[in-house]
Design a protein around this ligand. Structure first.
Ligand code: DCP
Ligand code: MG
Length: 435
């Protein structure tokens, strides 16, 4: 722990949904849900307007639809999210050489390495406020919540306190006071299983945790973790901000002599690859938050899709489940010649549950019915019409696709419907890397 509040944590608000609202003016100020839109889909994130109806990330899309039927349900545009993320990370790196991204929308910045006249609270506060303004500029209007503190732990806690669009500076010396009333799950490394173990010992809050001796903690959760829990309960956290390391990733892929067309077979292959990835992750003591699949189509077009989990995993079945969900959103009807699964992401920050059991067993997949391809027009995707210009897919079905013609730089635009095979209509941003 430092003597000054020079660790900054920045987290964009309702990230995917905010990018959608930026690029789709008719959705600004409205409930927006981004995630899997199919029958087994899960919410990745919801705009704050949708959260008022109780929609949360990781909830089934079915339940989200029940809670907020009038929300826009979009399947997500990862290229747009990645591009926006890059702009934010570049901005942060221009501020300090020590920037540690945790996910697409989140990073630590070490202000001790920035060029500030001093690191007193008023100075870092003003600086952080200015930085939030610059994030808004480089992202075309996205808001970020920022926390400042004497350690990573405190900065991260602080950025949550005034979300969305907030700034919280934890004055040096007040950390323990801040943490005491909070639930133990605020501590990095305390996930559901550890929280449950502590709860059974009557420990719910950090204050209660503080009263437990180190020996007792070691007895409850093991030596290594007992020690760090003892430290963190006292806001003792000396982990340095580590500039972006090379992204570690582990992947398994296979190429096939004949093009695969059977969806069930593809899912089975992905499942097997995912188990292999999980095994290798565990062998190397790694875990990651980002699960990706790579699919090479019969015409050598290579598609990649990824999803970011709320916490790192090294569990094959979990990776497999996400890989299959990603596949479900791709049109592979023309045949597939390569399939791969990978996990990446910087995993040594919050292990959701350092001492927890991996979620295995309950989740050996019952392979779903081969998901019906929803065709080319996913809700929310960018399209171009030969005469009417740029817009996005509002909905499709029964051979008809409805498009709203607007972009980030236009006012809310009109809605038109077309035949799904109308040659005037094409995709605008599907990621296609030619080999
Ligand atoms: N994400 C995801 N699946 C999850 C959780 C998150 O795909 N289970 C994605 C969508 C989020 C993005 O990662 O937009 C960032 O995650 P955050 O936890 O920071 O959530 P948000 O930015 O959406 O909301 P908040 O305003 O709470 O930060
Ligand atoms: Mg966020």
């Amino acid at each position: 722990m430092r003597a000054v509040a020079s660790v900054l944590h920045l987290d964009l608000d309702a990230f995917f949904a905010s990018v959608e609202q930026r690029d789709k003016p008719s959705l600004r100020g409205k409930p927006v849900v981004v995630g899997g839109v199919g029958g087994r889909g899960v919410v990745a994130t919801a705009s704050y307007e949708a959260r008022q109806y109780g929609v949360r990330s990781a909830m089934s899309t079915r339940e989200a639809r029940a809670r907020c039927p009038h929300a826009a349900f979009l399947s997500g545009r990862f290229d747009a999210y990645r591009e926006t993320s890059t702009r934010v990370m570049e901005l942060l790196r221009s501020v300090s050489p020590l920037v540690e991204p945790l996910s697409l929308d989140e990073a630590f910045v070490d202000l001790a390495q920035a060029t500030l006249p001093d690191l007193e609270v008023p100075t870092v506060t003003a600086y952080a406020e200015e930085l939030r303004g610059r994030v808004r500029e480089v992202t075309g209007g996205l808001t970020a919540s920022v926390g400042l503190g004497t350690s990573k732990f405190i900065a991260k806690v602080a950025s949550e306190l005034d979300k969305p669009d907030g700034l919280t500076v934890v004055t040096p010396g007040t950390e323990r006071e801040l943490l005491r009333p909070m639930q133990v799950t605020v501590i990095p490394g305390v996930g559901p299983a550890t929280a449950e173990r502590l709860r059974r010992a009557g420990i719910h809050t950090v204050e209660e945790l503080e009263r437990v001796t180190e020996d007792e903690l070691v007895r409850l959760v093991g030596r290594a973790h007992g020690h760090s829990l003892f430290q963190l309960a006292r806001a003792q956290d000396d982990r340095p901000v580590v500039a972006e390391r090379e992204t570690k990733s582990v992947s398994v892929e296979g190429t096939y002599d004949t093009d695969l067309t059977d969806r069930k077979l593809m899912e089975g292959l992905l499942t097997r690859q995912a188990l292999g990835v999980g095994e290798r992750l565990r062998k190397h003591g790694l875990s990651g938050r980002t699960v990706s699949i790579k699919v090479r189509l019969h015409d050598f077009t290579t598609l990649s899709r990824s999803t970011t989990l709320p916490s790192p995993t090294d569990s094959g079945p979990v990776i497999g489940r996400h890989a299959r969900a990603l596949l479900a959103d791709l049109d592979t009807s023309g045949g597939v010649r390569l399939l791969g699964v990978g996990v990446s992401g910087l995993a040594d920050w919050v292990q959701e549950d350092l001492f927890g059991e991996v979620e295995e067993g309950d989740d050996v997949p019952d392979l779903p019915e081969a998901p019906r391809s929803r065709g080319q027009w996913a809700p929310g995707m960018d399209v171009l019409h030969a005469e009417l210009g740029a817009g996005w897919v509002w909905g499709s079905g029964k051979g008809v696709v409805t498009v709203r013609f607007e972009t980030a730089d236009t006012p809310p635009g009109p809605v038109r419907s077309f035949r799904a095979d109308d040659p005037a209509l094409s995709a605008r941003s599907l990621r296609r890397e030619e080999d």
